[in-house]
Design a protein around this ligand. Structure first.
Ligand SMILES: [Zn+2]
Length: 335
């Protein structure tokens, strides 16, 4: 509720004050802290600019007025990883209620919500634990208005020795990774998609039966093996995919390799692919936007353009969209 009225105020004020030449008001604010492992590196300026690029992109795609504090650390293992400062478990019904009542509902949300039953699990689904909770990281909990007093944010770890550098030759960079893309992947996870959007990693490798104790992550609710059949197996020979219409449409396959995150993608190179893509600078795309949207975030016009595959609006066009969209938003108000 607070968000809607704030949005309306911002739009009206912006349009009245500066005509059509306004940009969307970015509402997500990620505040970076650079650890000394980065600030003392000989390529600190470059790494910090790459991290800032990833942050400003994500800030421009998400509309929720949430502040997320993220510390960035350089490490010499893996490629990228992250830890959340805090999180909370929420009953399934409370989570769905928050999705319905604390979001600005997009077309993707409308589709996704229809697929979420009033109680979970439904007969035939695994897990079958009636006390199943949905595990939410602190940023997503804050976005959904869940009472939460802990710190909102986390830490991103990046292997500095594996990253592309501007002073390297093409050949040297071809087997290294884009700092911006790796950091975007990890920030996504702190926001509740990718690895941190799934709780399947809490189940031992090869498990294919019924979950009894583990929580389910928000993204696991949209994980299917076929039309109408959710998948919670960690079997490496299984196929699971992300779908927001009950399994009818496969948007992208989820990773089933136990060496990676079950909430990450596999297949065509994308930011959220579990194993990263050397030699390429990847930007966030439709699948990452859709995932962020349906787990509870609101997208800006820029984020929605990315989600729906529409051309990214220029600032002037965007202002028209913002102004023109206002009556529609007002009509879409829900209890
Ligand atoms: Zn991941």
């Amino acid at each position: 509720m607070l968000y809607r009225s704030r949005f309306a105020f911002v739009v009206v004020t912006a349009c009245a004050a500066v005509g059509l030449h306004v940009t969307a008001t970015p509402a997500l604010t990620i505040i970076p802290t650079f650890d000394t492992t980065i600030t003392t590196n000989s390529n600190a300026t470059y790494f910090e600019s790459q991290i800032n690029s990833a942050i400003s992109a994500i800030d421009s795609y998400i509309a929720n007025p949430v502040t997320v504090d993220i510390t960035f650390e350089g490490v010499n293992y893996g490629l990228g990883s992250n830890s959340l400062d805090d999180g909370t478990g929420l009953s399934y019904s409370a989570y769905v209620s928050a999705l319905k009542n604390h979001q600005r509902l997009s077309a993707a949300d409308d589709s996704a919500l229809i697929t979420l039953p009033t109680s979970f699990p439904v007969p035939g689904d695994t897990p079958t634990n009636p006390n199943q909770e949905i595990g939410l990281g602190s940023p997503l909990a804050r976005a959904l208005g869940i009472a939460f007093n802990g710190p909102v944010g986390g830490t991103v770890y990046a292997n500095l020795g594996s990253m592309m550098l501007p002073q390297y030759s093409t050949a040297q960079n071809d087997y290294r990774y884009s700092m911006q893309s790796v950091v975007a992947h990890e920030i996504d996870e702190i926001l509740g998609i990718g690895g941190d959007g799934s709780s399947l990693s809490t189940i031992y490798y090869g498990y294919s039966g019924t979950l009894t104790n583990a929580n389910v992550g928000p993204l696991d609710l949209f994980r299917y093996s076929s039309d109408g059949v959710r998948s919670f197996t960690t079997a490496s020979n299984a196929t699971a995919y992300f779908s927001i219409n009950g399994g009818k449409t496969n948007l992208v396959n989820f990773n089933q390799n136990p060496n990676g995150d079950y909430g990450d993608w596999t297949g065509t190179s994308q930011v959220q692919n579990w194993s990263g893509t050397p030699g390429r600078v990847l930007n966030l795309g439709a699948n990452e936007m859709t995932a962020l949207d349906v787990v509870g975030w609101n997208l800006t016009p820029l984020g929605t353009a990315l989600e729906t595959g529409q051309p990214v609006p220029e600032p002037a066009t965007m202002a028209i969209l913002l102004c023109g969209g206002l009556p529609l938003l007002a009509r879409r108000k829900r209890s």
